[in-house]
Design a protein around this ligand. Sequence first.
Ligand SMILES: Nc1nc2c(ncn2[C@@H]2O[C@H](COP(=O)(O)OP(=O)(O)OP(=O)(O)O)[C@@H](O)[C@H]2O)c(=O)[nH]1
Length: 309
Amino acid sequence: MSNELVTIPIAPEGFKSGFIGIIGRPNVGKSTLMNKLVGQKIAITSPVAQTTRNRLRGILTTSEAQIIFVDTPGIHKPHHELGKILVQNAQAAINTVDLILFVVDSSMPAGGGDKFIVQLLQNTSLPVIVGLNKIDLPTDDSQLIDDSYAKLIEATNWQTIKFSATTSQGIEQLQQLLIENLPTGPYYYPPDLVTDQPERFIMAELIREQILLLTRQEVPHSVAITIERMEETPKITKVYAAINVERDSQKGIIIGKKGSMLKEIGIQARRQIQKLIAGDVYLELFVKVEPKWRQSRFHLAEFGYRVEE
Ligand SMILES: Nc1nc2c(ncn2[C@@H]2O[C@H](COP(=O)(O)OP(=O)(O)OP(=O)(O)O)[C@@H](O)[C@H]2O)c(=O)[nH]1
């Protein structure tokens, strides 16, 4: 949160840099992987599918390269207006990167969702690396699974690599392979920056993450967070955030018995935000009912979901 001037160094000869689009169906571990590669928590993760809504850039700088990861929402068949915007954003991401990292969940055989993505990518001239994630999980028939992925990409010349985003097994090799496949280029960002997202956005995401983790199934996708006000003093940062839901029943769930759920969300989110800004935080949450915000483009824009041209 400082306004100090930052300088971007001149890249040495042979320095590699570029943008990598992380693509995959929901829940394969794209956000977990980006956090692992960047070494800091910038994308929220949860066991509920479709957690990622906005394109988020994570930046990894080493002595030989700078990689800018573009995390995209999991590609799936859209059911409502928000879903359509998510898929369009993922498709837009494909057209603006130097390399594509197509992540799959190798604890289960390739499915229709993976096939849909292969079709989407087939016309691209960009290099594609297929990341077989979750190798730490036990499987019933690993041969069958391997065969399903081999068949999935048999018509392509894509490279594959296996790793686990949670245990870090194979992550260094993945990083190396990505760097090898990037063009030579400049520093795009200062070396110590890990994301280009404003802190406000990450704060909102950290609150949403706690709701995903703590509430029941039906609520999470109907939630949007807006940071209404922030006050910074030398001692403490005060954050006032609204939790927007679609129905009164969801408001009730978020608030909980005598406010117990909202209190727990606040405690956990505050803890995460304190880590983000490395300082004391006062967090005030309130719940608002905004009927049908997911169907309305006006509200989607207000909550920061945009279709990128
Ligand atoms: N065992 C295991 N679990 C993983 C691994 N990577 C991710 N997960 C879990 O898989 C779930 C989904 O991970 P996310 O990173 O949120 O997945 P995503 O692809 O970003 O999901 P969307 O935002 O829905 O597109 C979480 O519960 C992660 O902890 C892995 O390598 N091994």
